[in-house]
Design a protein around this ligand. Structure first.
Ligand SMILES: [Zn+2]
Length: 434
């Protein structure tokens, strides 16, 4: 790998890498010739700088549609063919009904696997192909797992989904359809995330967990939501509400709007409303305490959490929480909280009023917008966008599986050996990947 000092001009002798990879923490810049998920000097999160000449108004190539028309703002080689299932370019629908403000619904539920995570995984798996990986692994039993399994299948990679112990069969069945290996990890979610991260490094597996420390490339896919909203509205909205699980989606959307402003396409930025299940207040507490690191945030999460129906955004330790807090602060927005009753009511309203069947983990933004409306926060004519991140159709899977589900049960002691049997015959570590 070629690494340059901070401030040193990038040397892209091949001309193949049209972006710079930089460490968020120490400013180190590196040339993207070998795969890295974090800074080689301090293990900080990586971020990407694109030349100003790569404007959003560039004419897309004929074979690129959907999200990939913005590929000159995505951190992949121009030579690689995107691993695509038709993600992106989702509809922005005006909500029915007479609000004193303009409410729009960015309907990510129509994505190939039913959620906005497809944008992340399309970029992430394309990056895996670019670097010659043959197998990927993540910890998730939700949208990210489905998406990783689907895009890995599309690319001919083996996907290993590590799921929490006791995950319902209806969640596992679609993974089995995508031919994903399924590993049930005994331990807390924090232990599982760490184990997946360490094991990917040890076995040369490509990590597709959707937080920036695990995969900064996938995180870049999310910002195309902001590009599309800007293109569809012809302007930046006044407000944008989206659910917050790990924090990466909110942070990615904010990065997208910041880039639009940096490109000189707009002077405006939206106020962000990050919506969480009621009781999941660690990010709000961390915001008030001025927490500056993930470990500080985790220390503040020392209270019991109630069960919630909004399971896909119920995170005890949000890995991208600090970045999400920064986005909320910089945008002049706030975190909002939806009870399950409010989320179910919003789900029914979206279905009955607008013809959208969203999963209950994705309907919180409607509840938060209603809370703001009650407080007369919106001015007449304000443009408000609710991002509907996931489809409800995925929550009604049959519980009897025609395809047998093979479930490998592991813990820290037995996990690596089990994975080696899953990976038998597959050479995982591409040249230069470690
Ligand atoms: Zn660094």
């Amino acid at each position: 790998m070629l690494i340059s000092d901070p401030g040193q001009e990038e040397k892209t002798s091949s001309g193949l890498v049209p972006y710079t990879v930089r460490c968020d923490s120490c400013g180190f810049t590196l040339i993207d010739s070998a795969y890295r998920a974090t800074c080689p000097r301090c293990d900080g999160s990586l971020t990407f700088d694109y030349p100003a000449s790569q404007s959003l108004s560039a004419i897309p190539a004929l074979d690129e549609s959907g999200m990939w028309k913005y590929r000159n703002r995505l951190p992949v080689s121009p030579q690689v063919v995107p691993v695509s299932l038709g993600e992106g370019q989702t509809p922005l629908l005006r909500a029915r009904g007479a609000q004193p403000y303009d409410l729009y619904l960015k309907n990510e539920a129509v994505s190939p696997t039913g959620s906005h995570k497809d944008r992340s995984l399309s970029v992430a798996i394309t990056k895996a192909v670019e670097h010659g990986f043959t197998a990927c692994m993540l910890y998730s039993d939700g949208s990210a797992a489905l998406s990783s399994a689907a895009y890995a299948a599309r690319a001919g990679l083996l996907n290993i989904a590590v799921v929490p112990a006791g995950t319902h069969e209806s969640r596992l069945y679609p993974l089995a359809v995508y031919n994903s290996a399924i590993v049930e990890f005994a331990g807390t979610s924090a232990q599982a995330l760490n184990w997946v991260h360490e094991t990917c490094l040890e076995l040369g597996l490509y990590e597709t967990s959707t937080y920036r420390q695990a995969n900064p490339y996938g995180s870049e896919g999310i910002k195309t939501i902001s590009y599309e909203i800007f293109a569809q509205l012809g302007a930046v909205p006044d407000w944008l509400a989206v659910t917050v699980g790990g924090g990466g989606t909110l942070a990615g959307i904010w990065r997208g709007f910041l880039e639009l402003r940096a490109l000189g396409l707009t002077q405006s930025l939206p106020r962000l409303i990050g919506v969480l299940p009621c009781g999941y207040r660690v990010m709000e507490i961390a915001r008030r305490h001025g927490a500056a690191s993930f470990s500080e945030l985790c220390k503040l999460a020392d209270f019991p959490l109630a069960e919630t129906a909004q399971v896909k955004i119920a995170m005890e330790h949000p890995p991208d929480g600090i970045e999400a807090i920064q986005a909320i602060r910089d945008s002049g927005g706030h975190f909002a909280f939806a009870t399950d009753e409010e989320a179910w009511a919003a789900q029914a309203q979206l279905g009955a009023r607008d013809g959208i069947y969203a999963e209950v983990s994705a309907t919180g933004p409607l509840a938060a917008i209603e809370q703001l409306e009650t407080r007369s926060a919106f001015r007449p004519g304000d443009v408000v966008v609710a991002v509907i991140t996931g489809s409800g159709f995925r929550e009604t899977a049959a519980t009897v599986s025609p395809i047998p589900i093979h479930l490998e049960k592991v813990d820290r002691a037995t996990g690596i050996q089990s994975l080696k049997s899953i990976l038998k015959g597959i050479t995982t570590c591409p040249t230069g990947a470690k």
